[in-house]
Design a protein around this ligand. Structure first.
Ligand code: ADP
Length: 317
């Protein structure tokens, strides 16, 4: 099972793009939260996935749980009595920048506690996946780290997508420090070129080597439409992207990670075998060309979860 843990919130997105938040007159609600999108991507491809997180006891929480269950994710979702489901208003402005306004002070997902995570939710994890948004504040930070440590101790492959969302952190330095500090927990780390620059202040080649030195066995650098670059101690390979008519890139990175984890789960790799397994003829291409296809298809449709492809769609030419 691919077990994902972290933030789960409602994104309110404008009916049309190209406006500042203050100019938007109508928003559509969509399920949001990167780890939830990854769990949805795996399930839509036909893999087994579980999402661990916390929602408010409110209609938006119900909507999020239903959205995940409809695509086949097993939800290990706790209902909070202390806070409501988190909300984010998001708009893609004309200049290409995103405007964000968050209502999360605090949101239910940030209140997940380590003692609420049942052992059974982690015991069958072949892969455990987390991000950095749930590391921003306690108690969710400790819950995330504790779950990652437990999954690791049980032999699961640990996947980490820092997915930097600076607007949510108290400062850029706090984000950088915390994200780098947790690298040793991970076997597989996915970052973009911009994130390598932000985290390490280096070019991607130097950055990938530095990231490997922190402990991960595989570093993946996403390159947008160009595809991705896969770096291990034995290889540095660019896997070219699938061309796509992008209409909305929301969820592309999460779709990519979902596609990658679906493939890694079907290869049955472990922390001890992953670097060797990817060195076998065609293995890197097989895993990451598939991940690129899932990411690319996700950009051709609006939204995140509704845009994710099925296995058949991901295999189509
Ligand atoms: P993020 O910044 O969210 O990590 P990227 O924008 O780099 O993600 O996209 C993740 C993956 O999705 C890429 O590695 C690629 O496989 C695919 N992808 C993204 N944008 C496009 C695009 N315009 N055309 C084709 N594939 C894309």
């Amino acid at each position: 099972c691919v077990v994902c843990l972290g933030e789960l919130l409602i994104d309110f997105v404008p009916e049309e793009n190209g406006l500042a938040l203050s100019e938007v007159s109508s928003f559509r609600k969509a399920a949001g939260g990167a780890p939830a999108n990854v769990a949805a991507a795996v399930a839509k491809l036909g893999g087994k996935s579980r999402f661990i997180g916390k929602i408010g006891r409110d209609p938006f929480g119900t909507f999020l749980k239903q959205t995940l269950e409809e695509v086949g994710v097993e939800t290990a979702v706790i209902e909070s009595d202390e806070a409501k489901t988190g909300l984010a208003f998001v708009s893609l402005r004309k200049d290409g920048e995103r405007d964000f306004l968050f209502f999360r002070d605090p949101a239910a997902d940030m209140l997940l506690r380590a003692d609420e995570i049942e052992a059974a939710w982690l015991s069958d994890a072949a892969i455990f996946h987390f991000g950095s948004v749930s590391l921003i504040s306690e108690p969710c930070r400790s819950a995330t780290l504790e779950a990652a440590r437990q999954a690791r101790a049980l032999g699961a492959l640990v996947s980490y997508d820092p997915n930097v969302r600076l607007a949510l952190w108290p400062s850029a330095d706090a984000a950088r420090q915390e994200i780098l500090q947790q690298l040793p927990l991970a076997d597989v780390v996915k970052v973009s070129e911009e994130e390598v620059d932000f985290l390490l202040g280096t070019d991607p080649t130097t950055g990938a080597q530095q990231l490997l030195e922190h402990g991960p066995k595989v570093v993946i650098i996403t390159l947008g439409a160009q595809g991705c670059r896969v770096v291990t101690a034995r290889q540095d390979t660019v896997v070219r992207g699938r061309p796509a008519e992008a209409v909305d890139t929301t969820g592309a990175g999460d779709g990519f990670v979902g596609g990658m984890l679906f493939q890694l789960a079907s290869l049955g790799v472990t922390p001890a075998t992953i670097a060797d397994a990817l060195s076998e003829a065609g293995a890197t291409e097989r895993v990451f060309a598939f991940a690129n296809r899932v990411g690319a298809i996700t950009t051709t449709r609006r939204g995140a979860i509704p845009a994710l492809p099925t296995f058949a769609e991901a295999m189509e030419e």
